[in-house]
Design a protein around this ligand. Structure first.
Ligand code: IMP
Ligand code: MG
Length: 185
């Protein structure tokens, strides 16, 4: 049985992408992060909060590494044109059913690009008085960052290029790719 789905080039709609981070490299890094989180959260019974849709794959892979007592839930971030903020773009958390007050909360994101989504998300969850609130992200584009947010656990720091795969999409497509691909220049 083949264990790799890697194709060197994929085409999604009109765009061509080439492999940037192979699945085996991603899985190795996820295992390392999992061990780190196992140590950091021992005895804390964290609530893991995955952000749909993009972080679904990373959240599940990471969650499977945990040997600690922990819970899992998923939320969405709704983006809409607030019309009042300078960016005209406001995010708010939807779908959180758990009480997070007094709990150790670890948010899991697919990517922190400008940081706008993460900054709103962390602010909103932080206002509910969790015991601690940290952010894990599969990918981080430090050069693109425009907001004050520092991810606590980072899979890979990447250049500010457009990526697909491992949950990330181009116009809805490509989330199912096991490798991470970069837009061909
Ligand atoms: P932000 O700019 O940090 O708020 O990122 C917002 C969202 O943009 C992320 O959650 C992703 O859904 C999307 N995004 C950012 N960079 C990429 C990329 O390289 N590929 C696909 N989606 C991206
Ligand atoms: Mg996202």
């Amino acid at each position: 049985m083949s264990t790799t789905t890697q194709q060197p080039v994929v085409t999604l709609k009109d765009k061509h992408f080439i492999v940037s981070i192979p699945s085996a490299v991603i899985q190795q890094r996820v295992a390392e992060l999992g061990q780190q989180i196992n140590r950091d959260y021992a005895g804390k019974k964290p609530l893991i909060v995955g952000v749909l849709t993009g972080a679904a794959m990373f959240t599940v892979d990471l969650f499977k590494q945990f040997e600690i007592e922990c819970e899992l839930t998923f939320i969405r971030v709704s983006s809409y044109n607030g019309g009042l903020s300078s960016s005209g773009h406001v995010s708010s958390v939807i779908g959180l059913k758990e009480q997070i007050e007094g709990r150790h909360v670890l948010v899991v994101e697919d990517i922190v690009d400008t940081g706008e989504t993460a900054v709103h998300l962390m602010k909103e969850l932080g206002s509910k008085n969790p015991a601690s609130l940290k952010l894990a992200t599969a990918l981080f584009k430090p050069v693109a960052l425009k907001h004050e947010v520092t991810p606590d656990y980072v899979g890979f720091e990447v250049a500010p290029d457009f990526l697909v795969g491992y949950g990330l999409d181009y116009d809805g497509l490509g989330r199912n790719l096991n490798d991470i691909y970069v837009l061909k220049p």
